[in-house]
Ligand binder design. Structure first.
Ligand code: HEM
Length: 353
């Protein structure tokens, strides 16, 4: 109890990872990286539910990365039908080499999606003994991921229509956000946050603008606006773009300028997070690195004329950036909520005579 009040990380180290007794795995694992506890010798007992939640986040990120690969390889219609592929369960070997390659690229995305659905169903089942908020979010993951499968079907039926692809990405980011929420709780980094040292408004704004930038990027791809200006950082040799003549130029310019806003916000978040709790500080540091990589990949997209090796990682790294920002935003939100709760309970404390 004393430990819990003094440090939330200690509380985790005692094995109270949000699950009921009996769900804690017998192995005690050191968890390096952003989930490190503050003291160097601290270790975190990860419950089976926690491992399942981490696997769900990882599988979601892999699926988003695969989606980027499918798009970068122009394999979105490698299987022109859905749920079958060329009328069969698996791509038929009678296809020629080129068509078979595209079919397998697209099909691997579908197979991984099936794995993710299985993981999410298992997570929802395992969540039945979790606290109500975690349980509810884990249950919501099931319709969220199933809707993604349906939207994926429309992406194929509507021949990669730009709006359906953007919606598909929005759905993927929603699944990611729900999975990160569950994972933070499952790893004992849930709601009971005394203070994280980062203004929650800044954390929300950074996350919100980055999510908008992801969807804007998807529109840039969907409307073939990636090379609306063929130089970077200039706009065809000019510091600022001349009159914007068409929707491709508008989208392209909006994506570039929003990128600068994202960079400024991520750097500001990092600056404010220097004295924050270790998890938030490290997530903010990871975000700075990722946003720098993301801008570099954006530049490579233009300099090398949208090669698959820069286009595919551009989506994957974007999703990692969103994950780091989700960690900061959730922690900041829970800390802010707890501060309000503490204030309210102090305000209503009975005055002793
Ligand atoms: C800093 C934050 C950034 C984020 C989060 C971001 C995110 C994205 C996303 C999600 C896509 C869609 C990828 C896909 O559909 O497969 C995209 C496309 C694109 N982005 Fe970014 N981007 C960022 C910065 C930049 C910068 C600075 C540039 C440089 C100009 C850039 C250039 C591009 C281009 C050219 C495309 C279109 C690729 C294509 O047509 O295949 N991005 N971006």
């Amino acid at each position: 109890m004393f430990l819990a009040a003094r440090s939330p990380y200690r509380r985790v180290a005692t094995g109270n990872a949000g699950g009921p007794a009996g769900t804690i795995a017998t192995v005690t694992l050191p968890v390096p990286g952003v989930f490190d506890a503050p003291s160097s010798d601290a270790q975190v007992s990860v419950s089976r539910f926690g491992k399942l939640a981490v696997a769900t986040v990882a599988a979601t990120l892999v699926l988003i990365g695969l989606g980027g690969f499918v798009r970068a390889m122009e394999a979105g219609l490698g299987c022109p039908d859905w749920p079958t592929c060329h009328g069969a369960l698996n791509p038929p070997s009678t296809l020629g080499y080129g068509a078979l390659k595209l079919a397998w690229i697209e099909h691997s995305h579908r197979l991984w999606a099936a794995l993710l659905i299985g993981l999410i169903v298992a997570l929802a089942v395992a969540a039945r003994r979790q606290p109500r908020n975690v349980r509810t979010v884990a249950y919501w993951l099931v319709p969220a991921v199933l809707s993604q499968a349906v939207i994926g079907a429309f992406v194929v039926w509507w021949k990669l229509d730009a709006a359906s692809v953007v919606l598909h990405l929005a759905g993927a980011l929603t699944v990611l956000a729900l999975a990160v929420y569950v994972t933070l709780h499952a790893l004992g980094r849930g709601r009971d946050v005394p203070s994280v040292g980062v203004p929650h408004g800044l954390a929300y704004a950074t996350l919100g603008v980055t999510l908008a930038q992801m969807l804007l990027g998807s529109l840039v791809t969907g409307y073939a606006a990636g090379l609306a200006y063929g130089t970077f950082p200039s706009f065809n040799g000019r510091l600022l773009p001349p009159v914007l003549a068409n929707e491709q130029q508008w989208l392209h310019v909006a994506h570039r300028f929003t990128a600068y806003v994202v960079v400024a916000l991520v750097v500001a978040l990092y600056a404010r997070a220097r004295d924050a709790e270790p998890l938030v500080r490290r997530a903010a540091a990871v975000a700075v690195v990722l946003v720098a990589v993301q801008v570099a990949l954006g530049a490579l997209n233009i300099w090398f004329r949208l090669k698959a090796w820069s286009v595919a990682p551009h989506l994957a790294v974007g999703s990692w950036l969103v994950t780091a920002l989700l960690v900061v935003a959730f922690r900041a939100r829970w800390a802010a909520r707890r501060a309000v709760d503490a204030e309210t309970s102090t305000a209503y404390e009975p005055v002793s005579a």
